[in-house]
Design a protein around this ligand. Structure first.
Ligand SMILES: [Zn+2]
Ligand SMILES: [Zn+2]
Length: 254
C-alpha cells in the first residue's frame, strides 16, 4: 500500500498560526516522502478565525507555481470549504471555482453561518452539546450534507461525523451517486467498523488524507492505513493508494 498523493494539507494561509508551514515546505516534505501530488486546502472563507482570505489567492497561486518548480511535486489549489447552513449552503461562490483544482467540504466550528438560526441549530447545537446527539440533530446535520452534495460539485467530504454527528451511511450513499469521495482522515476516524463495511460493500469511494497542519505531518496517514488493513477495505475503492486520482471533471461545474 503506497500513498501517492495527499489531498488535504493546510499552510500559513489558514491564518493565526493555525497552519504552520509554507506551500514550499509542505511540497518539500511530500517530495521527501515519495508523494507525487498534494493539494493545498486551507480553511474556507467563512472561518472567522483561520479561514483563507480571497485576496490571498493570487499569492497562493504564485507560491504553488514556485513550489512545483522547485520540488517537482504536482500541487493542486484547493479549499476546505465550510457548510454554513442547514440548507446545505457553503462558503464558496461560483467565481471561486475558476481557481479551484479540488474542492473539499466539511463542518467546522467558528464559522460565520448564513443566518442566526443556522448559527444556533448547527454550530451551537453541535458545539456546545455535552449529551449524546438527538435524532433531530443528526438528521439536521445529515440533511445539510445531502443538500450540499446535490447543489455543489464536491470532490471530498472531510472528517465526516467529527464533532457534527451525522448519518454517515446516508451521506456516503449520496456521495457515491455524485462522484464525491469520503475522506479517511489520517488524524481521526469517526466511523464505526460497521459503517465502513456497509460503505465499502456498496461501492463508496474513499480518499486517504493527512489533514496536516504542519509540514512534517504531510503524508502521515497511518491511522487510516491501519484501518484499511484491519477491515480489509477494497484498495480499488481508495483513489490515492497505488494510484493517482483525477479531479478535473468537477472543475468549474457549479
Ligand atoms: Zn484546521
Ligand atoms: Zn477540517
Amino acid at each position: 500500500m503506497i500513498l501517492l498523493g495527499d489531498y488535504h494539507t493546510h499552510t500559513k494561509y489558514s491564518r493565526k498560526n493555525h497552519g504552520k508551514g509554507t506551500v514550499l515546505e509542505n511540497a518539500s516534505v511530500a517530495r521527501d516522502k515519495g508523494l507525487k501530488q498534494i493539494a493545498i486546502t486551507d480553511h474556507g472563507f467563512n472561518h472567522w478565525m483561520f479561514g483563507i482570505k480571497r485576496k490571498d489567492i493570487p499569492q497562493l497561486k504564485e507560491d504553488i507555481l514556485n513550489a512545483r518548480e522547485i520540488t517537482g511535486v504536482d500541487i493542486l489549489l484547493g479549499v476546505e470549504s465550510n457548510l454554513i447552513s442547514a440548507d446545505g449552503d457553503i462558503d464558496v461562490v461560483e467565481d471561486d471555482f475558476e481557481f479551484l483544482d479540488i474542492f473539499l467540504m466539511g463542518f467546522h466550528n467558528l464559522v460565520k453561518m448564513k443566518t442566526m438560526k443556522d448559527l444556533f441549530y448547527i454550530n451551537w447545537a453541535n458545539g456546545m452539546s455535552v449529551f449524546s446527539p438527538s435524532q433531530e440533530r443528526i438528521s439536521r446535520n445529515t440533511t445539510a450534507f445531502l443538500k450540499a452534495l446535490d447543489k455543489y460539485p464536491v470532490d471530498v467530504i472531510t472528517h465526516l461525523n467529527f464533532g457534527f454527528p451525522t448519518d454517515t451511511v446516508a451521506v456516503a450513499r449520496m456521495a457515491k451517486e455524485k462522484g464525491t469521495l469520503i475522506e479517511l482522515n489520517g488524524k481521526r476516524i469517526n466511523f464505526t467498523d460497521k459503517e465502513l463495511e456497509i460503505m465499502a460493500s456498496e461501492g463508496v469511494k474513499f480518499i486517504v488524507d493527512s489533514d496536516a497542519h504542519s509540514p512534517e505531518r504531510v503524508g502521515e496517514v497511518n491511522k487510516a492505513l491501519n484501518l484499511i488493513f484491519r477491515l480489509n477495505l477494497p484498495l480499488n475503492q481508495i483513489v490515492n493508494i497505488d494510484k493517482l486520482p483525477h479531479f478535473e471533471n468537477k472543475r468549474g461545474k457549479i
